[in-house]
Ligand binder design. Structure first.
Ligand code: ZN
Length: 485
């Protein structure tokens, strides 16, 4: 037994080595260490390690439980916050065609990794959608509606620069069916119903959508009230448009008046007729706001699961005047020169406009309704309407998040409106919109906590799109390129 001490010594060494924590190596991966994650459902979790591989979130673990080999690509997440990539759920690539080629980078540099295009010429928007599909790490995901499906007298008919041809005039139910079939062949992700539709046309659109398993969003048609639009199967509503007309004590009277006016005896254009009706009825309706009526309407939305995209920043633009802020205006430098010049000029003219009584009423109504909608548990999605009304692609989404907080939605719930909710809207909640293993790695690293102050969503340190890291240097370079071109 001369070798006995040697064997003991060997066993000691072996046990010592075996008990050492093993260093983990993840090849072709990015490891973010010691970061606070903010999942829109679970909330904040401190000191997490996230391993990103093959475009997805490969592993999430307490940093204390994983010793990373120095060979890994490691990002130090100390003092930083990780949120899911953001959505802007109301954008128009086709509103200013010249601007479209910049929109991908404007979105990505502002943490927006998915967008929903809510209206434009289908072939134009599809071109950008296809480009995004072909380059999923270099572009935000694009979901698209195709054109606004409008009634006989279309509002966005291409007759003026501020009325580009985003819409299409449909004279009857048969033309609705024909158009819907064409759009389905172009693989639209949803339909967008517009204000001049008849109730028969809207219900046809909703039936076709439901049979093809896609959603219908839109403006409540002027020919209907909010309850009948929801009951006919509209899945979501944009801007809360025309909701004021249904929440008034005299809503039935207003509807009867509209239905007469829609016969359009003076043969106005669609936009003129809509403007005439809005001018005649909106202020009257808001002055006759009836909380009981509003509660009835929202109960129907809740029952039918009719989601809302309030575009609160846009709706309150003449009182909120986001465009008047010098810091906000710096974002115009990312636009092509001719557009930037126009936006600077217009913003500085509009900022001195007095706030009218109607603007004040509109602002009060909008904030009140968003709060009420949220309290009823009706899902909200964050959307802007960029690039309409000097809403800069990218930055404007952060304005909307702030507006929603101002309306009384908590910062965590607001993050949900721009992450989990849009993913769920498109039945993608198992792939996107929260921080879980096996989800697409669409993520944003922030330098400050957005739960403490929602404007910290602008403190972007890095962006990850389907596994590709855009570090601070790359983001700065992209912004410089936009400014210089
Ligand atoms: Zn829009």
């Amino acid at each position: 037994m001369k070798n006995y001490p040697k064997i003991i010594a060997f066993l000691y060494v072996w046990v010592f080595i075996a008990c050492q924590p093993k260093e983990a190596l993840f090849e072709d991966a990015i490891c973010i260490q010691n970061i606070s994650t903010i999942d829109p459902i679970e909330g904040l979790t401190k000191k997490q390690t996230i391993v990103i591989k093959d475009g997805k979130i490969h592993k999430i673990v307490d940093s204390a439980d994983l010793l990373l080999s120095k060979e890994n690509t490691i990002i130090d997440g100390s003092g930083k916050y990780l949120i899911p990539g953001l959505w802007d759920t109301h954008v128009h690539f086709a509103y200013i065609e010249e601007l479209a080629p910049r929109m991908f980078d404007m979105f990505l540099t502002h943490g927006i990794t998915s967008v929903r295009d809510t209206g434009g010429k289908v072939d134009f928007v599809k071109k950008w959608k296809d480009k995004a599909l072909a380059n999923p790490t270099d572009a935000p995901r694009v979901m698209m509606a195709g054109p606004l499906l409008d009634g006989q007298h279309a509002v966005y008919d291409g007759s003026k620069p501020n009325l580009p041809e985003l819409g299409i005039g449909l004279k009857d139910v048969a033309s609705v069916k024909e158009k819907a079939k064409m759009l389905l062949s172009k693989k639209v992700d949803l339909f967008k119903a517009y204000e001049m539709l008849t109730s028969e046309q809207l219900s046809t659109i909703c039936k076709i959508a439901s049979a093809n398993d896609i959603k219908v969003t839109g403006h409540i048609p002027l020919s209907m009230n909010a309850i009948s639009a929801s009951n006919s199967g509209m899945n979501s509503m944009e801007h809360m448009r025309n909701l004021d007309l249904s929440c008034a004590s005299n809503s039935d009277e207003l509807l009867a008046e509209r239905q007469k006016l829609l016969a359009n005896e003076s043969n106005l254009s669609g936009s003129e007729l809509r403007a005439y009706i809005h001018g005649l009825q909106q202020e009257k309706a808001m002055k006759n706001y009836d909380d009981k009526k509003a509660t009835e309407v929202l109960a129907v939305f809740k029952k039918n699961d009719t989601w809302q995209i309030p575009t609160l920043t846009l709706n309150t633009l003449f009182s909120g005047k986001y465009f008047a802020d010098a810091e906000y205006q710096k974002s115009y430098l990312l636009l092509p020169d001719s557009i930037a010049d126009y936006w600077f000029t217009r913003s500085n003219v509009l900022k001195d406009y007095p706030v009218s009584e109607k603007s004040q009423l509109t602002t009060e109504f909008n904030y009140k309704m968003v709060k009420k909608i949220h309290e009823k548990g009706i899902p909200i999605m964050a959307g802007t309407d960029t690039p309409i009304a000097y809403l800069t692609p990218g930055l404007s989404l952060h304005e909307e998040l702030s507006s929603l907080v101002k309306a009384g939605v908590s910062p965590l719930e607001v993050l949900k409106t721009a992450t989990y909710n849009p993913a769920k809207y498109f039945n993608m909640e198992n792939e996107l919109g929260s921080i879980k293993e096996n989800m697409w790695a669409d993520l944003v690293i922030l330098d400050a906590n957005p739960l403490e102050n929602i404007s910290n969503t602008k403190a972007i340190h890095a962006v990850i799109k389907q596994g590709k890291l855009y570090n601070p240097k790359m983001l700065t370079q992209m912004l410089t390129n936009l400014r210089d071109n």
